[in-house]
Design a protein around this ligand. Structure first.
Ligand SMILES: NC(=O)c1ccc[n+]([C@@H]2O[C@H](COP(=O)([O-])OP(=O)(O)OC[C@H]3O[C@@H](n4cnc5c(N)ncnc54)[C@H](OP(=O)(O)O)[C@@H]3O)[C@@H](O)[C@H]2O)c1
Length: 360
């Protein structure tokens, strides 16, 4: 595989910091530009982050010494330095939508962690093991934008990153209704216990916009391409409650599910064990070998013990049992800033690179 120069837009943030670690020694991607708000522009990345550094490993030396550019003022300059950008910024939705389109129109593909373009019908929202074929919509998007190589591809919300993969291989049994309660880590809000002391010993029963995303986004992921857009799936019915809990990293979901054709417990365990997708087939560098992992122990998965499974790219599942109101219930976990954000975006970029979408 050839190598590509990449930019990190939002490099000072929680997801941006993860990108610096994941890309530091990446075999295909070389960080050539970092950018953030005007507050950080002009400073070395390590100084712009300062005490906000929230990772357990130190900031990579070479990337930490790079001078932060202005994400909005330097679009053309950044586009001339890189083959594509990762984007994870905390701005108003309309501003993010406009910023990402500016990069795409400057012929710089955007792999985004932001929600702004998730419902744009010709923007693919890809979990590489589940709907890799959705990247084919990019040709229609480029036509709309009037670009040769510029486009936007997005990652889904971190809340659904555990239960959608777990449900996906069970779709052959006709999934009817899903109820999911999520228990989400504070890093999902870009916070640590130092920056959010009110979260110590606490649960907050509201995360703005999260339940809507958790119910709607799976339907786009399970949708199909029709002409120049992705048409959402109409089933299953999904209802969610999303809670913020006192955990640093790792979103857990308690899931209830009913089927048209109820499978046996053995059928479900077999479907999880045998499931693998295009990233495993292509042996993409960030792909977990075993995506879905079932734990027999009653007290697993646990955020502290299991979130880093396969470098934080695998999904852990446990406690599968029959339910009195739905057919089954189970618990699942995924690392929200790795598989749920930066790691998932890097895997999507590897898929796009392998399929030639970053070629010039
Ligand atoms: N954390 C997660 O687990 C997670 C998961 C999935 C998706 N996401 C999404 O990823 C995005 C970033 O989240 P985060 O948790 O990393 O947020 P964060 O820690 O608050 O970081 C926000 C980043 O945005 C930059 N920024 C803010 N205003 C800007 C402006 N006007 N122009 C350019 N850059 C600006 C900040 O730069 P300065 O430092 O210069 O202010 C910083 O780099 C959000 O859209 C979020 O919804 C997060």
């Amino acid at each position: 595989m050839k190598t590509f120069n990449v930019g990190i837009i939002g490099a000072t943030g929680m997801v941006g910091q993860r990108f610096t670690l994941l890309l530091d020694k990446h075999p295909w991607f070389n960080v050539a530009a970092v950018a953030a708000s005007p507050r950080s522009a002009g400073k070395k990345l390590k100084d712009a982050i300062g005490s906000r550094w929230a990772m357990t490993e130190p900031i990579p030396e070479k990337i930490g010494d790079m001078v932060v550019m202005d994400a909005a003022a330097d679009v053309d300059k950044i586009a001339s330095m890189v083959d594509f950008v990762f984007c994870a910024v905390d701005m108003k939705k309309d501003d993010i939508r406009a910023l990402e389109e500016r990069y795409a129109k400057a012929e710089c593909p955007v792999v985004s962690n932001n929600s702004a373009h998730r419902s744009t019908p010709d923007v693919p929202m890809v979990v590489p093991e589940i709907n890799p074929e959705h990247i084919e919509i990019i040709e229609a998007q480029k036509k709309r934008l009037g670009t040769k190589r510029g486009f936007i591809a997005v990652k889904s919300n971190c809340s659904l990153q555990s239960y959608v993969p777990a449900l996906h291989p069970l779709r052959k049994y006709g999934i009817k209704n899903v109820l999911a309660c999520t228990y989400q880590a504070i890093s999902g809000a870009g916070k640590t216990f130092e920056s959010w002391p009110e979260m110590v010993d606490n649960v907050i029963p509201f995360i703005g916009g999260e339940e809507e995303k958790s119910e709607l986004e799976p339907l786009k992921i399970w949708g199909h391409i029709e002409g120049d857009k992705i048409v959402n799936a109409v089933t299953p019915n999904i209802t969610t409650q999303c809670l913020r809990v006192a955990v640093s990293d790792g979103h857990t979901a308690a899931v209830f599910v009913s089927f048209d054709n109820k499978p046996s417990k053995e059928d479900i365990l077999k479907a999880w064990k045998e499931f693998s997708g295009v990233p495993q087939e292509l042996e993409l560098p960030s792909a977990p070998k075993q995506f879905l992992n079932y734990f027999e122990e009653d007290d697993r998965p646990q955020a502290r013990l299991d979130r880093m499974l396969e470098n934080g790219m695998a999904v852990s599942i446990g406690r599968l049992r029959e339910d009195s109101q739905y057919d089954y219930k189970f618990v699942c976990l995924s690392h929200n800033t790795l598989r749920g954000a930066a790691g998932g975006a890097v895997l999507m970029a590897e898929l796009l690179a392998a399929k030639g979408y970053f070629d010039r």
